[in-house]
Write a protein that binds this ligand. Structure first.
Ligand code: 9UX
Length: 72
């Protein structure tokens, strides 16, 4: 199955940041799709909870140099 997680992603200042974060998230095993908005600082991530959890996704955002937190 697939779950949808919503995250706030702080520190993005240009459109290339958005592409970078989307690429980092979609490269994670278990992430199927990531859609990130610069305007809202939100990221919607479809993921398989058997493979990856929300904390892993937040940690990947942090490791990339942005501030990630879980919305829901
Ligand atoms: Mo834009 Mo973002 O020049 O990490 S790529 S600020």
């Amino acid at each position: 199955g697939t779950l949808l997680g919503q995250f706030t992603i702080g520190g993005m200042t240009c459109a290339a940041c958005v592409n970078s974060v989307e690429g980092i998230l979609e490269a994670l095993s278990g992430v199927k799709r990531a859609v990130v908005s610069l305007a809202t600082s939100l990221g919607d991530v479809e993921y398989d909870p058997v493979i990856i959890c929300k904390d892993d996704i937040v940690n990947a955002v942090e490791d990339a140099g942005f501030e990630g937190s879980l919305v829901q």
